[in-house]
Ligand binder design. Structure first.
Ligand SMILES: *[C@@H]1O[C@H](CO)[C@@H](O)[C@H](O)[C@H]1NC(C)=O
Ligand SMILES: *[C@@H]1O[C@H](CO)[C@@H](O)[C@H](O)[C@H]1NC(C)=O
Ligand SMILES: *[C@@H]1O[C@H](CO)[C@@H](O)[C@H](O)[C@H]1NC(C)=O
Ligand SMILES: *[C@@H]1O[C@H](CO)[C@@H](O)[C@H](O)[C@H]1NC(C)=O
Ligand SMILES: *[C@@H]1O[C@H](CO)[C@@H](O)[C@H](O)[C@H]1NC(C)=O
Ligand SMILES: *[C@@H]1O[C@H](CO)[C@@H](O)[C@H](O)[C@H]1NC(C)=O
Length: 602
């Protein structure tokens, strides 16, 4: 508990400089490239990135020039602000120079997981809408296995050692000579300019039903996550960080590389994590900070004991998912003074766990010292997101296991409260609630619904309606919506799960907009059977003159969900997929009662 209390205190006092700086950057039109330019000015000749695989070092000036070359090359390709380019390569400093250089001309990188092959690879590149793909020569085989659709013509570039034959087989150009001959001079800021709220790049999170989803990272999110790690764990400008996490991912590219671009730390980029080389690398490069994810700690602990594991200068390990059961074994055996578990907090929006799609705790708040770090879960009506108030007009704290809105108390004495008001008054007002913990106080509304367990660990709650479970499988409503809508010529479709008595999970239901009122369910069923696995096929259909897909879509969906398949609650026609007959049958009161009384198997 002391460890936790300590971390919570650290968080509490460390957010001030972050918020102040972010506020300034927001106001004066900064973005990640302009913040990096200031870092370069501070120490042009300090090593910025070191590539462990080759030992090569890029100083801040060299990294800046390399990214300028990328920017010139990108502009020469005719790419403009808002275009997307996919990056598909194992971790290397050039990957940083690529997305940074693209950002200098407003082009957004889609950071593709280098372990993907075939379908998922096509999918990720496809959904990004990329105009081009840059791949590492080590992934030439993976590239040759996929056929990008001709509807999405993509220019291809390859970086690394590659033969002319391979290049011509893949119709790719060799990027390295193009960059070597490009100008290294800075370009004028991109037009239209990109600010802190604009898109920087895309990171993919694992989807619930398989295919990864692209998450937008805006400039301010990059800044917040990186700066949060720096301030919360008291990193120092002379720290050297060992980054062995993949750069297509937020942990490696933001928490790790962000310390270089924003705070000016030297970062050692490891091509791929290696448990046996870990501590020797740290010694070789004088690393003082390492990054981990839970599995890395386990792999390191399972290695044979070697002297290097205690001979290093590593002071701090930051990451996510260090189990309480191995925490002490880890710190004692490897002589690590400080563990920085990246807890979610209002200021960082728990965005780490969220973006990674990690199922598990995304934060921690001590239940014993709840006032030290004043975030709390309070009851909320999930349909309207209105706070639930008790008889005194105060918010109702959630008990363990009860989902609630994450709120952070605003301290009256905290000078930040004033500028919170200025930054964007309207938006700020919506984010502030009064009389939350006690009379006359104010609190910040995160907009996120979480659940806390008995120990105080916090978990993201599935946003209601996003997924449901059926026959032991997780069904993603947005994916099914996409597929059904595609089958119906992009008609509006809303998919949700509905409860059926005595049946585990939720049965899928699709509300389909059909103004013509001539919908043929059973010919539609044939298309569904080809397009969806059996567990994802809607058990119920509801045909409506229109489905509201505007801003109130979510609310509409909860209403649809509440009405379920009860034919008495709507004039819309409802159908039931009779599994024996393998056809949709119109719902009437008799059929409804048969299902409600469990006399019909689904
Ligand atoms: C924006 O504000 C930051 C922080 O005060 C400052 O360092 C930077 O020079 C400013 N940038 C511009 C473009 O004014
Ligand atoms: C990257 O892809 C591999 C292979 O599909 C997968 O096992 C891994 O979980 C992915 N990593 C992330 C962070 O999504
Ligand atoms: C953090 O949450 C606030 C409130 O939900 C939102 O306005 C802001 O855009 C979020 N920032 C990031 C970086 O996600
Ligand atoms: C590591 O530190 C030692 C002693 O301070 C120094 O001699 C050595 O050059 C450093 N190594 C690197 C790679 O910077
Ligand atoms: C809350 O504010 C009102 C008006 O400013 C004041 O009359 C009241 O005494 C305050 N209540 C508390 C508990 O501070
Ligand atoms: C479905 O999601 C739950 C957590 O939400 C997870 O524990 C389970 O393994 C998932 N099942 C499948 C089949 O992916």
């Amino acid at each position: 508990m002391t460890q936790h209390a300590y971390s919570i205190l650290t968080l509490h006092f460390s957010l001030f400089p972050l918020r102040l700086a972010l506020w300034r950057y927001m106001r004066n039109g900064s973005n990640i490239p302009s913040i990096f330019a200031q870092t370069v000015k501070r120490h042009p000749n300090k090593p910025a990135l070191i590539y462990e695989a080759t030992g090569e070092t890029w100083t801040f000036t060299q990294l800046d020039e390399l990214s300028n070359a990328v920017a010139h090359w990108a502009r020469d390709q005719g790419w403009v602000s808002g275009d997307v380019v996919a990056l598909f390569m194992e971790s290397r400093p050039l990957q940083v120079a690529l997305w940074l250089g693209l950002a200098k001309v407003g082009v957004e990188a889609a950071l593709i997981n280098f372990s993907l092959r075939c379908e998922p690879l096509l999918h990720c590149v496809g959904v990004s809408g990329s105009r081009a793909i840059v791949f590492g020569s080590e992934l030439a085989d993976a590239m040759s296995e996929v056929a990008f659709p001709s509807s999405q013509p993509m220019v291809r570039f390859c970086t690394g050692d590659v033969s002319e034959d391979v290049l011509s087989d893949l119709s790719a150009q060799h990027l390295d000579p193009l960059l070597a001959s490009a100008s290294k001079h800075p370009l004028p800021p991109c037009n239209p300019p990109k600010g802190m709220n604009d898109r920087l790049f895309y990171i993919y999170t694992s989807g619930t039903t398989g295919l990864p989803k692209a998450a937008i990272v805006v400039h301010s999110r990059y800044y917040r996550i990186a700066a949060f790690g720096y301030f919360a764990f008291r990193m120092r400008p002379d720290d050297i960080l060992y980054d062995c996490l993949p750069l297509y991912h937020s942990a490696g590219n933001i928490i790790g590389v962000g310390q270089c671009l924003i705070q000016g730390l030297t970062v050692v980029v490891k091509r791929k994590f290696s448990a046996s080389r870990f501590w020797e690398d740290c010694i070789k490069y004088n690393c003082t900070v390492v990054q981990y994810i839970g599995e890395i700690c386990r792999y390191l602990l399972s290695q044979p004991v070697r002297p290097s594991e205690r001979d290093h200068k590593v002071r701090l390990a930051i990451g996510n998912g260090l189990r309480p059961s191995v925490w002490e074994a880890f710190t004692e055996r490897f002589r690590i003074a400080q563990i920085g578990e990246f807890y979610g907090a209002t200021e960082c929006n728990c965005s780490i766990a969220n973006m990674d799609g990690k199922v598990g705790a995304c934060g921690f708040n001590s239940r014993i010292l709840p006032n030290v770090y004043p975030i709390r879960l309070v009851s909320v009506d999930e349909d309207t997101m209105e706070l639930v108030r008790d008889s005194r007009g105060l918010c109702v704290p959630c008990r363990p296991g009860e989902p609630g809105l994450l709120v952070g108390r605003i301290n009256q004495q905290d000078p930040l409260r004033r500028f919170d008001g200025y930054a964007n008054q309207d938006a700020t007002k919506k984010k502030i609630a009064h009389n939350v913990f006690k009379k006359n106080d104010t609190a910040y509304l995160s907009g996120d619904v979480l659940v806390m367990d008995d120990l105080g660990y916090m978990y993201f709650r599935d946003r209601s309606g996003d997924t449901y479970r059926w026959r032991g499988e997780n069904v993603s409503t947005t994916e099914v919506e996409g597929i059904l809508s595609g089958l119906l010529g992009q008609t509006d479709v809303a998919v949700y799960g509905v409860s059926v008595p005595d049946v585990e999970g939720k049965a899928g239901m699709a509300a389909i907009a059909d103004p013509s009122e001539s919908f043929d369910c059973n010919s539609f069923l044939q298309s569904i059977q080809r397009a969806l696995p059996s567990y994802a096929r809607p058990v119920f259909l509801r045909i409506s003159p229109h489905v509201d897909t505007t801003g109130t879509f979510k609310i509409q969906k909860t209403r649809l969900q509440r009405e379920g398949f009860d034919p008495r609650l709507t004039t819309d026609q409802i159908y039931f997929l009779n599994p024996r007959a393998a056809r949709y049958e119109p719902m009437d009161e008799d059929l409804y009662n048969t299902i409600m009384e469990s006399r019909m198997s689904l």
